[in-house]
Design a protein around this ligand. Structure first.
Ligand code: MGD
Ligand code: MGD
Ligand code: SF4
Ligand code: MO
Length: 727
């Protein structure tokens, strides 16, 4: 018998014939990995690899990045503009000028008939920052609608709102390098190994160098929870209660950093009075974490030399999302854990460039974290753009989640969607369908023509995707990364940047509007000028520097050799008096909770191989093969009495609608909860309620109540249907 590797056939890596590697940045999640795309002799993209020397990913990529080059030629891409009179007609192909003239004319018609704000624009977190800046200029300075928002309302709005309330400004203060210094890490509602695999890898690397406790708060036993030292399976939607109780113990036991509180915060007394009510015994009854664990975690966190908290959608997507973020900030302020190595409140961002739109998109304000409500901010931007400040609205308009209901009530008549697919991603699909059907005019601007929302559009504008264009993304740690152009746009699709500029030309004759740079680098220069001296200073950056350093963290002031790792290192916050706020957070129970008729919690989220509504990853065999079918995680003990078996199908019903999914039995979910990845159309969002957070308007996707029953085998049903049609 022969043993050992040397007698086996060695693994052969296929030679893809790469003749050139081109630098760019991954376009999926907000980790911000540097990628090199390999081109063969014919110029076709045939491989992707992590860029060595990039501080973020150090040569690594996750499964999505590894196959990203397949995106360019994936199925369903749009190659020419399409138009039709009504959504019931068939689309006809058209040329760009006709499509853009029509869009310009319809926006003007609707605004003339129903007022400026009756035409709404909803964008995304997935285009380049220069594109966001240009769209913001177009929306605020030329079209002039105040109902302009982004899908970031579904994603990061609670983090933005919480940062603003605590620190006086948006802007995640920490960085990945904090893992290398922290002595205690707490993670709320984040499944890092699947959703940000390379940030997770950075954490693992840090843990290999030096052990420190990791505490994961999540109702599911996620992959992250499995590797944690402590897993706190919290009752859904009650994180604020747990956080108040942690603060209670810290203050009561004298573990707080009183010097930091005195020097850098306001509101300590009112905060202490509120958390006094959240003793661990009472809190445990609400949040489901026992009193001793609460005390232990509080002591561990407060006594650590440096402690940090990260969080993602388990916090943000809740009716207490903004409060959850503030509660995390409160915890870090009372323990002096902000702005020091290993000490931070780090929101893990979602989409590749959700940060870019927050900084420069003007959706909630004006570029560079400026406010519509502040006279000096309005004047600065108006002067820079060469327009009258009076043209800007006095305060921000509707959020995405309020724009759709405003279509229902007839307040909004026209909508332009840029890189977002609400028919699959917004809660309560039936209601979204009704609103889209009611629109007089809908433009869908997307890289894929087969995106579900396009079924309701009057005009479809085919956009170039990812590295078919050029610009920058900002990642979770405020690192500005360069997306270099790798391929020509597919067919006759065009970069969003070009499309915005062309629409702007349609508004040039009306009155004085801003001028629009022809190149993305021109737009970048404008952003640099507008950022100078501000917290998010870009003025020291250039495209060449971004490529050479593989990303630069803002602020990067003029002449600086590199960026800045942390904000608030000097304890000076963005409120006028330089102090952060400690904010009392009374908890009010307002979720739809399980009851006799709907006995299960319905939780939703993601899996590693898919991205969002699968317009991209659903087309790639190497990713789609891992989960091609809508499914749910269900606990075997709960499934048994219902007669539901592994691999069978189940029908789920909520007060909104129903859906059929395949069943995966797993102990990952508790007995009273099921989890469904939201990637599939006509699935979990037919069921979800999506109550809105009062501060951020973000939907509570992760909490509602559902009933479950066995369903007939769907494979047999599908075969039967095909057979029936054949006759
Ligand atoms: N593979 C992949 N990666 C992605 C994405 C993707 O689609 N696919 N999308 C990107 C985007 S835009 C985003 S926003 C991020 C999202 O990244 P994550 O937030 O990490 O992902 P989710 O699966 O949405 O939710 C995370 C966890 O929240 C938990 N949770 C549910 N309810 C509660 C609660 O009440 N409290 C707490 N503490 N936890 C709760 C869920 O059980 C789930 O495990 O991922 C980004 N990365
Ligand atoms: N139930 C449930 N629902 C959820 C969530 C959840 O956890 N549970 N999570 C929510 C979150 S955090 C998010 S971020 C949203 C995401 O929701 P969506 O924004 O609807 O998700 P995507 O599928 O990423 O849609 C982006 C669209 O942009 C297109 N696109 C990609 N690149 C470009 C480009 O460069 N230009 C143009 N013009 N188009 C491009 C893609 O083809 C795709 O159609 O979903 C939310 N919905
Ligand atoms: S971790 Fe995120 S940024 Fe990095 S390769 Fe994966 S999807 Fe891309
Ligand atoms: Mo997101």
């Amino acid at each position: 018998m022969l043993f050992g590797r040397k007698h086996k056939n060695p693994i052969k890596i296929a030679d893809k014939g790469v003749v050139e590697w081109k630098y760019t940045t991954c376009g999926y999640c907000s980790t911000g990995c540097s990628i090199e795309v390999g081109l063969d002799r014919s110029g076709a993209a045939v491989a992707s690899r992590g860029a060595a020397g990039a501080d973020v990913n150090r040569g690594k990529l996750c499964i999505k990045g590894i196959f990203e080059h397949e995106l360019f030629e994936s199925a369903g891409r749009g190659s020419v503009p399409l138009m039709r009179r009504s959504r019931l007609d068939a689309f006809a192909e058209t040329d760009w000028d006709s499509a853009l003239d029509h869009v310009g004319a319809e926006i003007k018609r609707i605004q003339a008939a129903h007022g400026r704000d009756s035409f709404a624009i909803v964008s995304t977190g997935q285009i380049m920052t220069e594109e966001f800046y240009t769209l913001g200029k177009l929306a605020r300075g030329a079209i002039g609608t105040n109902n302009y928002c982004g899908n970031t309302t579904l994603c990061m709005a609670s983090a933005v709102s919480g940062y603003k309330r605590s620190f006086g400004s948006d802007g995640p203060p920490g960085c990945y390098e904090d893992f290398e210094h922290t002595e205690c890490l707490m993670a709320f509602g984040s499944n890092l190994p699947e959703q940000h695999p390379i940030i997770f890898w950075r954490l693992k690397m840090a843990l290999e160098q030096r052990k420190f406790p990791v505490i994961v708060v999540d109702p599911r036993v996620t992959m992250f929870a499995q590797m944690a030292d402590m897993h706190l399976p919290i009752t859904p939607g009650t994180d604020v209660v747990l956080l108040n109780a942690l603060a209670h113990v810290i203050l009561k036991e004298g573990l707080a950093d009183q010097a930091y509180i005195d020097a850098h915060t306001n509101g300590a007394e009112a905060f202490a009075a509120l958390v006094a009510q959240y003793d661990p015994v009472s809190a445990s009854k609400i949040c489901g974490i026992d009193e001793d664990t609460i005390r232990n975690v509080a002591r561990l966190y407060a006594k650590a030399g440096a402690a940090m908290t990260i969080w993602t959608m388990g916090i943000n997507q809740s009716t207490h999302g903004s409060d959850g973020v503030v509660a995390i900030n409160n915890l870090n302020l009372i323990t002096g854990n902000i702005g020091k190595p290993g000490s931070t409140s780090l929101s893990i961002t979602g989409q590749a460039n959700a940060m870019g739109t927050r900084e420069w998109g003007s959706t909630t304000g004006l570029p560079g974290y400026r406010y519509l409500e502040k006279d000096t901010d309005r004047q600065e931007v108006a002067d820079f753009w060469g327009i009258d400040a009076e043209f800007f609205p006095r305060q921000r308009g509707l959020a995405m989640t309020d724009i759709l209901p405003a279509i229902e009530t007839g307040q909004i008549k026209g909508l332009w969607l840029v890189a977002t697919n609400p028919m699959t991603s917004m809660p309560n699909t039936a209601r979204i369908r009704k609103t889209l059907e009611k629109l007089e005019f809908l433009v869908v601007q997307d890289a894929y023509r087969d995106v579900e929302t396009n079924e309701y559009s009057h005009v479809y504008l085919p956009a170039a995707v990812w590295a078919e264009k050029e610009g920058v993304f900002t990642n979770t740690e405020r690192r500005v990364n360069l997306v270099r152009n790798v391929q020509k746009p597919h067919g006759d699709s065009k970069p969003d940047f070009w499309i915005f500029n062309q629409i702007a030309k349609r508004f040039a004759t009306e009155r004085k509007i801003p001028s629009f740079p022809e190149t993305t680098e021109g737009a970048f220069e404008e952003m640099k000028a507008l950022s100078k001296g501000r917290m998010l200073d870009y003025s020291g950056m250039s495209y060449a520097m971004l490529e050479q350093q593989k990303g630069v963290q803002w602020p990067c002031t003029e002449g600086a050799a590199s960026g800045t790792q942390r904000l608030y290192a000097d304890g000076k916050f963005q409120y006028d008096d330089g102090r952060a706020k400690l904010i009392p957070l009374p908890y009010v129970e307002n979720n739809e909770v399980p009851c006799d008729d709907y006995p299960f919690w319905l939780n939703s989220g993601r899996v590693v191989e898919h991205f969002h509504t699968r317009t991209r990853t659903g087309k790639m065999g190497n990713l789609n093969k891992f989960s091609p079918t809508p499914y749910m995680e269900m606990n075997p003990d709960a499934a048994k009495p219902l007669g539901i078996a592994h691999g069978s199908y189940a029908r789920l019903t909520t007060r909104r609608g129903d859906a059929v999914v395949m069943v995966q039995l797993t102990q990952r979910v508790p007995r009273d909860m099921v989890f469904i990845p939201f990637h599939f159309h006509e699935c979990v969002n037919r069921l979800s309620l999506g109550l809105l957070d009062p501060h951020s308007r973000q939907p509570a996707y992760k909490q509602c109540a559902v009933r479950i029953e066995p369903a007939p085998d769907q494979h047999a049903a599908a075969v039967h249907n095909v057979a029936a049609r054949a006759y």
